[in-house]
Design a protein. Sequence first.
Length: 159
Amino acid sequence: MTPITAELLRTLPLPQHEEGDNKEGRGQILIVGGCLAVPGAILLSATGAMRAGAGKLQIATCCSIAPHLGLAIPEAMVIGLPETEEGGIAPNAGEVLGKPASRAAAILIGPGMMESESTAAVVAEVMQAAGGKRVSCSTPERSAGCRNAATSSTIPGAP
């Protein structure tokens, strides 16, 4: 594993925007995740996407934490998803994600999702709606729904 140091970060600069560039030209990302126990995971992922230069950000998370994320990142469109009694994203949440997934240039699923059965169901629905786009799942365990899709990937070393 490569340690993240100041020297390493200097070799990986953030994108520089061209004169006249706008959010339409920089792409749209959909991030699906979070739960009542760890809402910060999706907040950190969303903040990273904006810092990396995403033009438009869609965050899909449990309906009870969606308003809080909307206040924390006002430039994002936040989608409240049905949730389980335990405070995770419900398995039927994928039904809500078809249109946002079809609009996104990139999709990340999994930060802060704690229930693997629900995660697999959501991944399967989003993969179908994504129509060949690259979908990243934050860990191999969470990517059960991605395994048979040629467009899937996981992020090595993600917690």
